[in-house]
Each structure stands twice: as structure tokens, then as C-alpha cells.
Design a protein around this ligand. Structure first.
Ligand code: SAM
Length: 303
């Protein structure tokens, strides 16, 4: 059973918050098979297979159908979310940015599958067991990065800017940053610190893509936990021992969107609801947890 989050806790791709990276890749594998026009992540399935959690491998490979284990809405969100971040990076590098940082890279394979302009450097940042596993697994699959890929294996609650700079990051050059599926797994103060550090390390014209979740209304967090407990019970009944409710940090936190505006970023945002509609996907139904209000942000640092 997963224990509650605490300072200095650690994980691999099958445990605690690390398993969320494998789940995200599982859903990308399912979505890639279902809708290749919207999402094409050919490394998602082999990476999940390499992690070796049986149920996730079976789902990723299509041996087990998603049915009630992976709701259709998660599959649709994976499609539009992947497309959003892919387009963000292609837009930023197309506009001349040659330095990219993927924070909490998990099993994200963009450094291996996007067409990066020549000379692009892509830094991936995640815990050591996560980045080391992906580097090894993709090498064993014979995959080669499509950019100059460098890694910073570090906890994002610690002094990650030092690790990033030691890997060669240059704060004088404009950067395209992503923090995809990360913020809710950081304590509130670590989220603020992360956004402050990104801002401090960003030359004018840098860009950032992330998500901004509205603060919960009264009772909403308890309903979220109940929902996550129910989902986890289904996973456990299928021999995958996980407890999704215990992977997050709860309580009030600064919403990322206004926080970034306060630090000089100019924001463009689109909600999940609008992203689904823009891609002709089913609207969310019964959205009492206000998932549709989650905002995908594409920000530029004024300068
Ligand atoms: N961005 C990837 C994607 O969308 O597929 C992975 C998202 S997954 C939901 C969350 C990721 O955040 C995991 O890879 C996990 O290791 C990473 N993560 C969470 N907290 C972290 C921390 N304190 N330091 C480094 N990585 C962290």
C-alpha cells in the first residue's frame, strides 16, 4: 500500500507518484491506437512494457480493454493534452527557441519523437530512478533522441536549478519549459518555488506550458479523494496495488495562472472543456469535480 507523501520521499516508475508517469504513458498508448491523427506516441507502449506492471502492460498493448479501468474521458484528455504540449514545443522552437526543459519528464518521449530543429537542446528533469530508467529503456529499444538530450536527475522539491545548470543549461538563452502533470504532486510552497525558479532562470522571451487548477470549492477535495479511492480499488482488484489519493498534496495553494501573471508572464489559456470541443471530442459529463475548468497555459515572459 502506498504511504502518504512526505519530504524526501522517493519512487520508481511502479511506485507512489512515479506510477502516475507509467499510467500517463499507458493512456497515451491506448489513445495512440484509438486516434493516431490526434496523438502519435510510438514509445508509450514499449516503455510501459519495460516498466513491467502487468496490468498496465496489458492495457497499453490492447490485451485488456480500458472498459471501466481507464475511462474514455482520460483517453480523450491524453489526446488533447499531448497535442497541446507537442504544439507548444513546435511553436516555441519554430519561433527560434533552441533550449527546452521538460520538468517531471516521466515517460514523456518528446525528446525522441518530435522533429526538433537542428541545434535544439532538450533537458529532462525527474527523479534519478525515473530518468535513468527511461534513458536505459529507450536505448535498449534502439531509439535515438531527435535533439541534443541531457538529463538532470533531481528532486524538484530540492535545488534543481543547480542540477540543471550543472547539466549545461544556460539561463541567458530563452527557454521553452513544460511542467506537465506535475504541480499537484508538489507541496504548495514547492510549486511556488518551482515557478519562481523557472522565472528566475528564464531569459526574456522564454515560454512556459503548464496547467492551472482552480482552487477546490468546499467539500470538493473530499469528493476527489473518494473518487480516487474508488478508482484505486478497481486497480487493486486487477492486481495493481496503487493508491492514487495518497500521491497528491492537498490544501490551498496559489493557482498557477495568476501566480505567473504576477511574475511577468503573459498568458494564453484554454480549459480542458474547450480543448475537447476544439478537437471534436465528447464533452465532460457530470463534472462535479470541475475537471473541465483545468486551464492549459501557454505563457511568454515579457521582456
Ligand atoms: N510529464 C509526464 C507526462 O505527462 O507523462 C509525467 C507526469 S506524471 C503524472 C508525474 C511526474 O512527476 C512523474 O514522472 C514524477 O516522477 C514526477 N515528479 C513528481 N514530483 C516530483 C519531484 N518532487 N521531483 C521530480 N519529479 C517529480
Amino acid at each position: 500500500m502506498t504511504s502518504a507523501r512526505h519530504d524526501g520521499d522517493t519512487w520508481d516508475l511502479a511506485s507512489s507518484v512515479g506510477a502516475t508517469a507509467t499510467m500517463a504513458a499507458t493512456v497515451r498508448a491506448i489513445a495512440t491506437r484509438a486516434d493516431p491523427a490526434l496523438i502519435d506516441d510510438p514509445f508509450a507502449e514499449p516503455l510501459v512494457r519495460a516498466v513491467g506492471v502487468d496490468l498496465l502492460t496489458q492495457l497499453a498493448s490492447g490485451q485488456v480493454l480500458p472498459s471501466d479501468l481507464v475511462e474514455q474521458v482520460w483517453i480523450d484528455v491524453a489526446k488533447v493534452r499531448t497535442k497541446f504540449y507537442d504544439e507548444f514545443f513546435l511553436g516555441a522552437t519554430g519561433a527560434g527557441i533552441t533550449q527546452v526543459v521538460i520538468l517531471a519528464s516521466g515517460l514523456d518521449s518528446r525528446a525522441y519523437r518530435l522533429s526538433w530543429p537542428t541545434g535544439t537542446v532538450v533537458y529532462e528533469v525527474d527523479l534519478p530512478p525515473v530518468v535513468e530508467f527511461k534513458t536505459r529503456a529507450l536505448a535498449e529499444l534502439g531509439a535515438a533522441p531527435t535533439a541534443d538530450r541531457r538529463v538532470a536527475a533531481v528532486d524538484l522539491r530540492d535545488d534543481w536549478p543547480a542540477a540543471l545548470c550543472a547539466a549545461g543549461f544556460d539561463p541567458e538563452r530563452p527557454t521553452a519549459w513544460s511542467a506537465e502533470g506535475l504541480l499537484g504532486y508538489l507541496p504548495p510552497e514547492a510549486q511556488d518555488r518551482l515557478l519562481d525558479n523557472i522565472t528566475r532562470l528564464s531569459a526574456p522571451g522564454s515560454r512556459l506550458a503548464t496547467e492551472s487548477k482552480p482552487n477546490p470549492q468546499p467539500g470538493q477535495e473530499d469528493r476527489t479523494k473518494e473518487r480516487l479511492h474508488r478508482i484505486s480499488e478497481r486497480w487493486r482488484a486487477n492486481n495493481f496495488d496503487t493508491d492514487m489519493a495518497r500521491m497528491r498534496y492537498y490544501g490551498e495553494r496559489n493557482e498557477a495562472a495568476p501566480y505567473l501573471v504576477g511574475r511577468g508572464w503573459v498568458l494564453n489559456g484554454i480549459t480542458i472543456r474547450d480543448l475537447l470541443a476544439a478537437n471534436n471530442l465528447q464533452p465532460l459529463t457530470g463534472d462535479d469535480l470541475r475537471m473541465g475548468d483545468l486551464l492549459y497555459i501557454n505563457a511568454v515572459l515579457d521582456g
